[in-house]
Design a protein around this ligand. Structure first.
Ligand code: MLT
Length: 306
């Protein structure tokens, strides 16, 4: 009977699937890297979210490991090259949390446009500062999408429903798909020059790292607002803070940071910056979806090799 270790907090639905398929499951979350190394040799499968780091050192002692399943999209916490070299399959669940993440980006855009976190904190503090919080409408504003794949295309759909004009920069986006989505295919320069809001929906790769660098950020339209619910490292955080302080950029909403957990940042002191702790996939529905999907996929693989 194959044996799977769940080493991050997953919905109990995953455990039920594994057991119903005849797979033995242990749940041990919050292990130190040394504790995980000490037991990984017993397991055929490892089910994770983002906390467990699947490093070369871990894979070196994972003698029976055949599959790592990531309940979520990004596999940046897995050394995929080392896993592949050892014949360990790495799988993710690319669709389970797309709606939830897209909704978080839209929520962040509203929060930014109407300064909701600051207004809420001020009201709860008994200040009633009605004149302090003057927002902007989203209707008829230009939203620039950097990345229009599984998540970006849902953001586009919602933004079109909000009567925004959507520009999408994505080398993989066909004219036909852009037409279906009701977006205008654009290059990065057009987005920088024209967008009132820019939202990122691309993985972090060598070609996307710092795609909003000091240089590209300084070419944005004055008064732009930036939203990042994709990955830290896509935006130069220091440059972003400088350009908000100078008044060129009106604000930013960030769910992801270059270093996570993000305990300090030049952005935290700024009023027109909204921050959340990588909550993009954090809804009951999305966590249920990704847990079910990862358990099904891993079970199929371990039981049939497919
Ligand atoms: C993902 O890659 O699925 C999201 O960033 C969510 C997460 O890591 O928890």
């Amino acid at each position: 009977m194959p044996k799977v270790l769940i080493s991050d907090k997953l919905s109990p639905a995953a455990v039920e699937i594994f057991r119903s398929r005849g797979i033995e499951v242990d749940i041990k979350t919050g292990l130190s890297p040394a504790d995980l190394r000490a037991i990984i040799g017993e397991y055929d499968g490892l089910a994770i979210r983002s906390a467990t780091k699947v490093t070369k050192e871990l894979l070196d002692v994972a003698a029976n490991l055949k599959v790592v399943g990531r309940a979520g999209i990004g596999v940046d916490n897995v050394d995929v090259r080392s896993a592949t070299a050892r014949g360990v399959v790495v799988m993710n669940t690319p669709l389970g949390n797309t709606i939830t993440t897209a909704e978080h980006a839209i929520a962040m855009m509203f929060a930014l446009a109407r300064q909701l976190p600051e207004a809420s904190a001020s009201t709860k503090a008994g200040k009633w500062e009605k004149n302090r919080f003057m927002g902007v409408e989203l209707t008829a504003k230009v939203l620039g999408l950097i990345g229009c794949g599984n998540i970006g295309s849902i953001v586009a759909d919602r933004a079109v429903g909000l009567k925004m004009r959507v520009l999408a920069y994505d080398p993989y986006l066909s004219e036909k798909r852009a037409l279906e989505l009701g977006v205008e295919k654009a290059d990065l320069d057009a987005i920088l020059a024209r967008a009132d809001f820019i939202t990122l929906h691309t993985p972090l790769t060598e070609s996307t790292r710092n795609i909003l660098s000091r240089e590209t950020l300084s070419r944005t339209k004055k008064g732009v607002r930036i939203i990042n619910c994709a990955r830290g490292g896509l935006v130069d955080e220091e440059a972003l803070a400088d350009l908000i302080k100078s008044g060129h950029i009106a604000g930013a909403a960030l769910d992801v940071f270059e270093v996570e957990p993000a305990k300090e940042s030049p952005l935290f002191a700024l009023e027109n910056v909204v921050c959340t702790p990588h909550l993009g996939a954090s809804t009951a529905e999305a966590q249920e979806n990704v847990a079910l999907q990862v358990a099904e996929q891993m079970s199929d693989f371990l039981l049939t090799g497919a």
